[in-house]
Design a protein. Structure first.
Length: 233
C-alpha cells in the first residue's frame, strides 16, 4: 500500500495554480462554445500550453498536452498522489474533474461512473487527501440544504410539495371523472325519457307478445281440431 502524502504549496506556486484554474475554466468555456476551427480554440490551446508550462514548474508533477488537445497531469513518484481541493474558481466542475454527478437536468442526472466503479476516487475531502470529509458530509446533508434559487426551500421540501401537488391533482381528477360519469348517466336518462324508448321495457313487451302469440296459435290449433272432429261425425 502506497503512502499518499500532500505538501503545503508556497505562495508563488499557489498563485500559479490559481492562474491555472482561471485559464483552464476559460479554455473549457471556449471549447464548449466554438467550433474546432474558430480562432478562440487556438487561443485556448495557447492558454493550455501556458498552463502546462506553469504546472511543470511545480515540483513533483509533469504536465503534457496530448494530440487530442487534452492536458494530462502525472505524479513523478509512485508514492505520491495528485489531488485537487478547495476549488473556488469552478474550473474543476466545468472540466468534469472531481464531479460526483453527471447529466444536465433531472432526466439525465446520474452518478459519475468513475466514483460508482471505484469508491476510492470519490473526493470526500475539501482540504485535500486525508484532510477531512467535509464534501461527503455536505453531500449527505444536501437534501436539507436551503437553495437560493428556490427562495430558501430545500430539496426535501420541494419533493414533499411535489408529492402533495400530485396527490391533490389526482384527487381532483378523480372527482372530475366521477362527476362526468354521473352527468353522462343523467343525460342518458333524459334522452330515454324524451325518445320514449327503454331497451329493458321493450324487451319485456316483446316477450309478452311472443307468449300471447304462442297461446293464440294453440287456441286456433285446438279449434281446428274440433272442427275436423265435427265434420267427421
Amino acid at each position: 500500500m502506497t503512502d499518499a502524502r500532500t505538501a503545503t504549496l508556497d505562495p508563488a506556486t499557489a498563485t500559479k495554480l490559481a492562474d491555472f484554474s482561471r485559464a483552464f475554466k476559460a479554455a473549457a468555456r471556449a471549447v464548449s462554445l466554438y467550433p474546432g476551427g474558430h480562432p478562440a480554440i487556438g487561443v485556448s490551446v495557447g492558454r493550455l500550453s501556458d498552463i502546462a508550462a506553469a504546472l511543470n514548474g511545480v515540483s513533483g508533477i509533469t504536465a503534457t498536452i496530448t494530440p487530442e488537445r487534452r492536458l494530462t497531469i502525472q505524479s513523478n513518484s509512485p508514492d505520491q498522489e495528485i489531488a485537487f481541493g478547495n476549488d473556488t474558481s469552478g474550473a474543476l466542475a466545468a472540466l468534469g474533474i472531481n464531479t460526483f454527478f453527471t447529466g444536465t437536468d433531472a432526466l439525465s442526472i446520474g452518478v459519475n461512473a468513475a466514483a460508482s466503479q471505484d469508491p476510492s476516487t470519490f473526493a470526500a475531502s475539501r482540504g485535500g487527501v486525508g484532510a477531512d470529509t467535509d464534501v461527503g458530509v455536505d453531500l449527505a446533508n444536501f437534501i436539507d440544504q436551503p437553495l437560493d434559487s428556490q427562495g430558501g426551500t430545500s430539496l426535501s421540501q420541494l419533493y414533499g410539495r411535489l408529492a402533495s401537488d400530485v396527490a391533490q391533482g389526482s384527487t381532483v381528477a378523480k372527482s372530475v371523472a366521477d362527476g362526468t360519469s354521473v352527468f353522462q348517466q343523467s343525460l342518458n336518462g333524459q334522452n330515454l325519457a324524451i325518445s320514449g324508448v327503454n331497451v329493458d321495457e321493450e324487451t319485456v313487451k316483446m316477450i309478452e307478445f311472443q307468449r300471447a302469440f304462442q297461446a293464440s296459435a294453440k287456441y286456433i290449433a285446438t279449434l281446428n281440431d274440433l272442427l275436423d272432429t265435427l265434420v267427421q261425425l
